[in-house]
Design a protein around this ligand. Sequence first.
Ligand code: FAD
Length: 468
Amino acid sequence: RTPDVECGIVVLGSGPGGYTAAFRAADLGLDTVLIERYPTLGGVCLNVGCIPSKALLHAAEVIDAAAHATEFGVSFGPPKIELDALRAYKEKVVGQLTKGLAGMARQRKVRVVEGTGRFVSPHEIEVVAADGGTTLVKFEQAIIAAGSQALKLPGFPWDDPRVMDSTDALALADVPKRLLVVGGGIIGLEMATVYRALGAEVTVVELGEQIMPGADKDLVKPLADRLKKQGVVVHLGTRAAKVDADKKGLTVSFEGTNAPAAQTYDRVLVAVGRTPNGGRIDADKAGVTVTERGFIPVDRQMRTNVPHIYAIGDLVGNPMLAHKATHEARLAAEVAAGEKREWVARVIPSVAYTDPEIAWVGVTETEARAKGLKVGVGKFPWAASGRAIGLGRTEGFTKLIFDEDTHRVIGAGIVGVHAGDLIAELALAIEMGAEAADIAASIHPHPTLSESVAMASEVYEGTITDLY
Ligand code: FAD
């Protein structure tokens, strides 16, 4: 069959990885085609991930801030929540960004082919549109950016609309009276934060021994304490084993040492992780290796085992984060355009946009101790920060982890409001090989939460001995 479209490079999937790769490739002069099965560009992150969740978290933050304003003598009535308007706000935010992407694609003459793409040979992808029409795309090089999807726990009644994944939860069909969140990781706790603020009674079950697995335990405590105060019930070391659906609700039974008795909920959100889409694109027809779990192995230039085919984003491995995907995307496009580059990022920050936020980058204290690294810790409690006191949010702290031999910062964890914005400085510091004295000597504006970063370095250096 003769191809319908021919191009220098095709990008499969238009998430943060795919659109970044396509735009960079086009900017570097490659004749670029972008394939996307959904009508809008932007992938999970823009449509049903990072962006809509943050729009809803903003609403949650305002609701909570209004409730706490009584502390300084300002009171509002109980919130009146108009779900249609909230949904419209979220959709406006998403729409602004996805329309922006469509414009950027047009400007660069990136041809967008709508439909589901699958490899049919090492140089061809067949795209099947929603109406069944097919387009055969012939390419010289390809970048696979097909992302990931929510993991569906087996045995759950997924055909019941009251059982939700993160996409369903973001659709905000209603605010259930009783919501169970299965999985106490970033996505589960962000959605728990939203639904609790909107008025749901929220229970979280987490299989591990702490919420937010991967973050240091001390960083998680201020969030756990606040959730408890807000009435969110958290069961650790607990597995949601079985869901029985009937008219009254979803009755969930639990397993584990501290497992509670079976309870009935109006909705259940399953947020237990994501699974890569590598196994769903017939990569074998192009000779591309895919692991049993659906990841596509790549080298330091994002090349798969087939030299003219690259892969990026969630489907090449953890952490499944948008800023990792975009970084890999630029690299793959530049290598495909003939530039000599390789992966050089030392660290990738993680942020949970809960309230308080938790952010970490580089080595965690737990990892450092487990590996027997010689490290020292500088910790600055926000109870000593004038700005945090003014905000009424002193539960946070900033913790820096230093290599004891060189005094270079190798890790950082921050919990508190805006921790996600504050962690960027530490990603830069680690990439630049900054020492504690460099950070302490850099003048941070007063009074900001960012001062806590310099202060934590001073605590480590011993130049602050008592906190004032
Ligand atoms: P994706 O965004 O998954 O995009 C892949 C695209 O490929 C999709 O549009 C899909 O439709 C398309 N596709 C797949 N297969 C085919 C095919 N065969 N043919 C055509 N098209 C195909 N990350 C952060 O960094 N910060 C956050 O705050 C954050 N919040 C999140 C909140 C939620 C609720 C979720 C679910 C995720 C969140 N993430 C966040 C993770 C982030 O969304 C992903 O890491 C990111 O989207 C990965 O980008 P990607 O380009 O690899 O793939």
